[in-house]
Ligand binder design. Sequence first.
Ligand code: LCS
Length: 406
Amino acid sequence: MSQHRRFETQAIHGGYNSNEQMGSLVPPLFQTSTFTFPTAEEGERRFAGESDGYVYTRLGNPTVKVLEEKIAFLEQGEGALAFASGMAAVSATLFHLTKTGDHILCSEGVYGCTFGLLQLMKEKHHIAHDLMPLDNEDSMRAAIQENTTCIYIETPINPTMKLVDLPMIVRVAKERNIPVVVDNTFCSPYLQQPLTLGCDFVVHSATKYIGGHGDVIAGLVVGRSKEAMQEMAMTTMKDIGGVLSPFDAWLLLRGLKTLPIRLDRHCDNAEKVATELKKHPNVKRIYYPGDPEFPQYELAQKQMRKPGGLISFEIDGTKEDAQQLLNRLRLLKIAVSLGDAETLIQHPATMTHAVVPEKQRKKMGISDTLIRLSVGLEAWEDIWTDLEQALGAGKLSPTEPDRLQI
Ligand code: LCS
């Protein structure tokens, strides 16, 4: 399909031709582990890469391939690979780009398990890393070492919502030919397309907005270069083997069709909830890229189509107050993950980022009173009514948890 069509159209039609699949409107589900060869010689040719047919689902599957082609199309990359989780996608990419003795330069904040993976790579494989604010060219140049083989960025950063200026990063990285990897989970390709800004790889936890319905764990990697993705397919995908199941690929294909329309609603709801949260006396500060007072508001306007569906906020109180606030909610769900139809709320210091040592967590900007909200698709008035009653009118004070559902 033409790259000139708009994103909303590409999300539905891109990467799939029903005429090649007996007219099936929806991509067929090839729920099979292996593929038969008509002859032994054809089997030999397929293993030698001299024939295009499928071999074994860990090496490739037609349903998974439709998903890979669609996401490559949507991120404007030359190739993509699907994995069994966001972390499988992140680890396959980082292991692809590094070897023992190398160094990874990272944005100051990353998802808790990515932080855990970096620790593992350091301790077991002697691959070093530095977490840096990456907020200006000079400090970035100073942080790049002879052995830096990868720059790894989240933007917005989970859960502080800090942004990283991608064109600036690309400018400096290109001076030394260092590949830039962007975790685009918080935005999806509808809100941000790092490859079009010159980055080299995009990774996703497709568990989030891409799936969108809270029923799949999945990851995706998209590359600017077809060759790099082919190499990854034959190494860190095939041999480490964290591949996506065909059924989960099929669910993601269903989710992708409504990605833009869902995200429009997530973004509209988030904007309304953020406006109310900001006015509330028990909220000390909000972190939301669509807030005109957000320190990187201008960058958000430049780099992202819309500010996204996540809001973090600091309450005026203690860790226990933050937990009690969550306990008082009746409609919103206390859960990690994000990007689902349901509004999800969590306490990063004790949940998603609990594995990060306290000192490092504080440096990343994750206090004990920080709460992260993934604004869902409900009527925003109902989301706000529940949050408002949980925040309370006066000073936050512990009450009996009331988890009755409405
Ligand atoms: N990258 C980011 C930015 C994430 O937020 C997550 C998961 C991952 C990668 C890993 O993806 P997974 O393997 O879970 O598909 N983030 C989560 C979160 O914030 N709450 O629960 C999981």
